[in-house]
Design a binder for this molecule. Sequence first.
Ligand code: NAP
Length: 282
Amino acid sequence: MSAQIVSGKELSAKIREKLKERVKKVEREKGFTPGLAVILVGDDPASHVYVNNKEKACLEIGMKSEVRRLPKETTQEELNALIDAYNAREDMHGLLVQFPLPAHLSQEEVLARISPKKDVDGLTVQNSGALLSGLPGLVSCTPKGVIRLIKSTGVEIAGKHAVVIGRSNLVGKPVSVLLLNENATVTMCHSKTKNLPEVCAQADILVAAIGRAEFVTGNFIKPGAVVIDVGTSRVDGKLKGDVKFDEAVEKAAYITPVPGGVGPMTITMLLENTIDAAEMFH
Ligand code: NAP
């Protein structure tokens, strides 16, 4: 049996069509256009590609986008002042600072400064705390995309055993909480987990967010599982996921590819969060 491929590209395209309509509705009914501000410090090539993609995606659905590209010598004080200015701007409803930052700048200080109402990455303590407490807030984009991909398969999450490999604040932890909120029985794994393949082989839903190319081999997969591959690593110039696709595809019922799986959903959820922020808080 070969798994059904769950295309994040196709799901994203469908969601973005609906978001386009929501942008028009906000313009018609509220008289403004949702806008996303992005601050990028330094010259990390991958970050420049990500930010360009975010800008393009905003414009494609009719939103406003403003990107401030700052030199790597930018001081914390200068960055803080720019964050304060965007927090106060009424025409920008979402604000994100692209990570990683140059080493002399503090990610913690940045996240403490961004207004939770504009935190469309869902990374401030207020929004991650809201998620943990089951309160409304802006949910981090990649984890939100993971849940949408699972739901798109039609497989019921409630009552299933979900195993998440990775426990970062960015992916593993919020994915686990979202799955728990959907009434899955959740096991969180990390680098100290013993018997990882055996634990994973019990998963009805397996989410890999490690950052090690093709680490999850066929023996990790329970026959008929839903496999969501968050990982992205460059190997000989090619983008690879955490899952050894050729082996997993023979055992799983549903699997996301890399590229074209979780990646496109992350940007789509960023667009959705910006429109949500505009509607909720403007
Ligand atoms: P991270 O902060 O480096 O966390 C990696 C996690 O994997 C850690 O919790 C680590 O465990 C765990 N891990 C590492 N080696 C392991 C092993 N041998 N066995 C079990 N667990 C292991 O990375 P991240 O930010 O969560 O990102 C994870 C991956 O997703 C990366 O490849 C990243 O590029 C990708 N990503 C993709 C998107 C997208 O839009 N497609 C978005 C975000 C991230 P410890 O905590 O014990 O160290």
